[in-house]
Every structure is written in structure tokens, then in C-alpha cells.
Write a protein of this length. Structure first.
Length: 124
């Protein structure tokens, strides 16, 4: 027999900005050919805007990911709505539980952004 636990964990804006910065600076570049970012004074990203994919299948007008949408993407990975491999899930879960975005590399940050935008992992 197994049991499920739903645990509420608070993460900071800084954590989310670090994940978004990682995605913008390395994670999404292989599928998102053009985008711009909005940064805070400390250079952390708080919005990825005017995103356009390589072939134009997903964004004709451009898309945007902010911290709120990123939370929804991370949540959908953690609750199993969006399927990722076990090691990616484990690292994202550990990062969230520890409040340490350092556990979420560019590949994992990319998954969080794709989950936020598409409700699934489309690329990679």
C-alpha cells in the first residue's frame, strides 16, 4: 500500500527569478529563436517576453512567461500533470523543497517554462 501527501511549500520570488534566469540564459535557446527579457537591477529575469519558436507553430504573436505562470508550470510537473523523466522531477522537487534554484539546471528550467506555456513538454 502507498500513501500520497500534499505538502504546501512556499518559494521566494528570488527562487523563481533564478529559475527563469537559467531558462532565459541557456534552457530555452534551442527551441525559442527570439525573445526578450525583463530584468531587475540585480540582473535576475522576472519575465521572458515576445517569445517566438523556431518554426512559428506555437507563437505567431509572441508569448510571455512571468513568475506566476512559472509557478503553474512547476506545480504541474510536481503534481504529475506534466510528465518528465524521474531525474528531472527529483531535481525540481529537491530545488523547490530546499528553496535552492541551484538544483534546477538549464534543462530543468526549460521543462518548467514549457510546462508553463504548453501544459506539456513539446521540445527536447
Amino acid at each position: 500500500m502507498s500513501w500520497n501527501f500534499n505538502i504546501n511549500v512556499k518559494v521566494t520570488d528570488e527562487f523563481l527569478q533564478d529559475v527563469l534566469t537559467c531558462a532565459a540564459e541557456g534552457g530555452i535557446g534551442y527551441w525559442c529563436e527570439d525573445y526578450d527579457v525583463k530584468r531587475r537591477k540585480d540582473l535576475s529575469v522576472y519575465e521572458i517576453i515576445e517569445m517566438k519558436d523556431d518554426d512559428g507553430d506555437y507563437f505567431e504573436q509572441g508569448a510571455m512567461v512571468d513568475l506566476k505562470l512559472l509557478v503553474n508550470g512547476i506545480r504541474s510537473i510536481l503534481d504529475g500533470t506534466v510528465s518528465v523523466n524521474e531525474s528531472i522531477l527529483d531535481d525540481i522537487r529537491k530545488g523547490v523543497m530546499d528553496g535552492d534554484a541551484g538544483d534546477i539546471d538549464a534543462e530543468r528550467a526549460d521543462c518548467c517554462v514549457q510546462a508553463a506555456l504548453f501544459g506539456e513538454i513539446v521540445f527536447g
